[in-house]
Unconditional design. Sequence first.
Length: 217
Amino acid sequence: MKYELEQFHRDIPDDELLADLRRVAQQLGKDQVTFREYNKEGRFTASTIAERFGSWNAALDKAELQRTINRNISDEDLFENLVEVWTALGHQPRSRDLRPGPSRFSWNTYAYRFKSWRKALAAFVQWANEGELRPVPDVIAKKAGRKTPRNINWRLRALVLMRDGARCRMCGAVPGDGVRLHVDHVKPWSKGGETVLENLQVLCNICNIGKGDVEPV
């Protein structure tokens, strides 16, 4: 088996990236190109282009192509993505944080759906608050005689992150300290703890591993 070093794209000129974006559009016979289409047909990666120009739509603007907006994305998918970005950053996402890598969607997608980024955040908070007290039916939970499933849904994750300030409640660490944040049961589910806001907390991966299934004193 022969190993080859992948091409380093950081030094590729902007004009070359944009030319390849236009080439893919022409090949597809369209005036726009989606992230997925470019990854399939392009010489580089969509992430490389999006990062170079600040966003995928900004690159399309530079290439004089039409912007792409996926209108089939559900509100729940958009909100779940915000929870993922919030967890990774350790703070409420700003529009500039929604770049390829941390986020699956651009801030433009949110602004288009909800009329502005601020209104998107307001809708997100409402979504989290309205769904928190509605446990999802769970066969395993029912067999165990439990009221709530072990799995922590996205709404609860959002509420716990907002309440705890996306900071580990044991050591105070945030993602900028080089840790990952988890949402953990205070009283383990395996020992009778329910999956409710009052029994959940933000822990960093280090504290969560150290805690294990130990019950609070």
